[in-house]
Design a protein around this ligand. Structure first.
Ligand SMILES: [Zn+2]
Length: 299
């Protein structure tokens, strides 16, 4: 009798467990990362750098808006209305040039809520985020016909510059972002760590990681998005700007990345994938993926 009671209890507990698994899987929020642009500044059939963070099938964040990212955004069926923030890791053309196109498109969208545009603070060679938006949309800006977008009286939505001067964290409704300055020649540049539903994604931005700040920003990341703009045999100024595959591998190992996504691909690295893989695999043992435009992965 007692045995029967325990057996029945075990069966009930098992059913409850299976049911809770089913409920969890039905209601668990889904986080995905989409590459809009996997290329650099060249004419090569790829859009330049740009990524979307999708949460529960809504595009909540764009990181970088290189050329072609607007078209890829349209193709991905993302909506401007769903965005909570935009990050421009630095203000090189291949990371920022489509911003005015997105802002103009907003005029024809339903979005009315303001939108943060986050970018590094400037130096003598590059504008700060506020200066950049002013150069585009200010009273004396190139697109001064749309100067209302920098005000609350905007006909569509207000864009709000956020200058990142030092290590900072910013909270949004569904995710948070941590920033650190990274070395990219004379260019003020950021790496960004995204925290979303107990998952983390580190985007290196363009950097040669000379100051080792990537490992200071992140540990145990689910996805490391590394800008792979030079091959292992690169020499000269390019190595002052970008990480070699060897450095990418060392960082990926150090931060214990579960997956490594190689993006910002350029002609000088394309066709050298086997060599790159060989170099990286001697150090880093996780999964390695070469990015393509519109590649989307669950995190
Ligand atoms: Zn750059």
């Amino acid at each position: 009798m007692l045995m029967l009671y325990f057996r029945k209890k075990r069966v009930i507990m098992k059913k409850i467990f299976l049911l809770s698994l089913l409920v969890n899987s039905l209601f668990a929020s889904k986080v995905s990362f989409e590459v809009l642009g996997s290329g650099g500044p060249e004419i090569d059939g790829r859009a330049s750098t740009s990524y979307i963070l999708w949460i529960d099938n809504k595009a909540r964040l764009i990181v970088d808006m290189g050329s072609g990212s607007m078209l890829r955004f349209e193709q991905s069926k993302a909506k401007l209305e769903d965005l909570e923030a935009v990050v421009l890791t630095h203000l090189h053309i291949d990371h920022s040039v489509d911003l005015p196109a997105f802002v103009k498109a907003g005029y024809f969208s339903k979005r009315r809520k303001s939108l943060d545009i986050i970018a590094p603070d400037g130096n003598e060679f590059f504008p700060s985020c506020s200066e950049f938006l002013n150069d585009l949309f200010g009273k004396n800006g190139a697109y001064r016909y749309m100067q209302d977008v920098l005000t609350k009286e905007s006909d569509s939505f207000e864009i709000i510059p956020v200058n990142i001067k030092k290590e900072t964290k910013r909270e949004y409704k569904d995710f948070s972002l941590s920033f650190i300055r990274v070395h990219h020649g004379i260019v003020p540049a950021l790496a960004v760590l995204i925290y979303v539903k107990n998952k983390t994604i580190l985007i290196s931005g363009d950097t040669n990681d000379a100051n080792h700040n990537l490992e200071k920003l992140a540990q145990n990341v689910n996805l490391f998005v590394a800008h792979h703009a030079i091959a292992q045999n690169a020499r000269g100024y390019a190595t002052h700007l970008h990480m070699s595959p060897f450095i990418i591998a060392k960082v990926a190992k150090k931060i214990k990345a579960k997956k490594l996504l190689l993006t910002h691909r350029m002609k000088r690295t394309i066709t050298k994938e086997n060599e790159t893989l060989r170099t990286i695999k001697t150090i880093y043992k996780g999964k390695i993926i070469f990015a393509e435009d519109r590649m989307k992965m669950e995190i």
